[in-house]
Design a protein around this ligand. Sequence first.
Ligand SMILES: Cc1cc2nc3c(=O)[nH]c(=O)nc-3n(C[C@H](O)[C@H](O)[C@H](O)COP(=O)(O)O)c2cc1C
Length: 220
Amino acid sequence: MKGRKFTEKERQILADIIIHRRTEFGRNFTSQEIPDTVIETLLSAALHAPSVGFSQPWEFVIIRDSLIKAKVKASFMRENQKAKEIFKNRPFYNQILLEGITTAPVNIAVFYKPSPHPVVGQTSMDKFGPYSVCLAIQNLWLMARAENIGLGWVSILDEEEVKTILNAPRENELIAYLCIGYVTEFTERPLLETLNWEKRKLKETVIYCDNYDHQRELIG
Ligand SMILES: Cc1cc2nc3c(=O)[nH]c(=O)nc-3n(C[C@H](O)[C@H](O)[C@H](O)COP(=O)(O)O)c2cc1C
């Protein structure tokens, strides 16, 4: 067999990184700066993600400016106010810190830039463009964990507000707003699981054989 082969030890390391990847929140970030070389490593991981038609439809804005962060945080506060109304019957919502915008030393806004030309593989379903950007984000997230850097994804934002703050091109879509930094400790389990907000789904409940008729065969 030609090509790079991986050892059992390397597989174990990859599995460990995947399992120990976590969402980190504001209170956990330290102010320790992330060296540019490390940011480059994270971005390089992102840029090696697969993409529909090799379109690489991603753009990244690295944010360190505290004024810009403060404006994005204000957008979060407004949007989170609306969310609090939606979850008013779940008192836990008020206790969850769902962002680390101003505490994380680096924020990265990740955009989908639609191609002006038809893209191989994207001619029937447009969504594969944004999906490709999500894969880049996951690569970046896993590499951040391998660098022992915490990351939180903030989605409680007004997209148009964030685009205006960042002077983003009109056609770009905001896919993710990431808060990145060294942490005082890595969270062991998903916070929403710890709070009994959600449970990890059992694999038997989400995996089917051949078609949707055959779930019961798996769970007996
Ligand atoms: C698309 C996406 C959007 C998310 N948005 C937020 C968010 O706005 N605030 C937040 O605290 N976590 C956000 N998260 C993190 C999830 O809550 C988290 O992934 C989930 O609870 C599982 O925890 P884990 O990442 O630690 O495994 C987001 C995650 C994804 C994938």
